[in-house]
Design a protein around this ligand. Structure first.
Ligand code: SAH
Length: 262
């Protein structure tokens, strides 16, 4: 089957059988899981998943032609949904045993991830296994005081323990992307700070990291309307920069903000 890849849909298909096997083994670690695959493309990974498991695989593909081919190719073996994952809101296909996976379209991979973190449609799932551009994976994994630490690290580490499984070279894809990729696993933390509205975490980190070189006094003034008295208990050094502020402090800031705006 000759497929012309669409750049606009971030189509870089995985063709390396060893990598596909490794990823599918990881996805199927728990035999009882349901699988939801995002952006299955030509179904290369799906095929490996089906070899070992025939039930409860749902794939969500935006490209009409690819989805049509996938329906033909897999018939009854998987449920093919021809939709845009960013607009998809049917929580019925998700359960606490669902493993959500995919070699994500890189142009929207951070939006897909942030959606699963903020989870406006209350999708249930056991874990996420996603492929990203390596540079984005580095930002997700980054620790405080490092140059990659930012919004994505804080949002991701809020709810998840994250592990890198492998880096994958451009040669494993067709067409070859320009950059390396990394496969990450996100496992839900048992305990994490609950917010009234998780979007406030996104808002606050956005204000901080839009000006990541500025001292934190500036974003704090924006967020708290120049009234920083409410922050006394945090003992913040206002000369620090956003990348020097640890996760817990960001979470505390959101809690204080939520108490004020309520
Ligand atoms: N998983 C496949 C393809 C990865 S490329 C493989 O590894 O070979 C990314 C895939 O995501 C493409 O098939 C593309 O059509 C699909 N895609 C792009 N945007 C999407 C969206 N918004 N929702 C669902 N699928 C999307």
């Amino acid at each position: 089957m000759k497929i012309k890849a669409k750049k606009s849909l971030g189509q870089n298909f995985l063709i390396d059988k060893n990598i596909l096997k490794k990823i599918s083994d990881l996805i199927l670690l728990n035999k009882n899981s349901n699988i939801v695959e995002i952006g299955p493309g030509t179904g290369a990974l799906t095929e490996f998943l089906i070899r070992k498991k025939t039930k409860n695989i749902t794939i969500i593909e935006k490209d009409f032609n690819l989805a049509k081919n996938l329906k033909k190719k897999f018939n009854e073996k998987v449920k093919v949904i021809n939709e845009d994952i960013l607009k998809f809101n049917d929580s019925k296909i998700f359960s606490a045993q669902t493993v959500v996976c995919g070699n994500l379209p890189y142009n929207i991979s951070s939006r897909i991830l942030v959606n699963f973190i903020l989870n406006p449609y209350q999708f249930k799932f056991e874990k996420l296994i996603f492929m990203f551009q390596k540079e984005m994976a580095d930002r997700i994994l980054a620790k405080v005081n490092s140059k990659n630490y930012g919004r994505l690290s804080i949002l991701s580490n809020w709810k998840f323990n994250i592990k890198k499984i492998i880096d994958i070279s451009p040669n494993s894809f067709y067409p070859k992307p320009k950059v390396d990729s990394s496969l990450l696993v996100f496992i839900k933390k048992k305990e994490y700070k609950k917010f009234k509205n998780p979007k406030n975490l996104e808002f606050i980190t956005r204000v901080f990291f839009n000006q990541r070189r500025k001292k934190i006094k500036k974003p704090l003034n924006v967020i708290f309307n120049r009234n920083l008295n409410c922050l006394r208990e945090l003992n913040l050094d206002l000369d620090l920069r956003p990348q020097n502020i640890g996760l817990k402090t960001y979470f505390d800031l959101v809690a204080i903000y939520e108490n004020l705006v309520n």
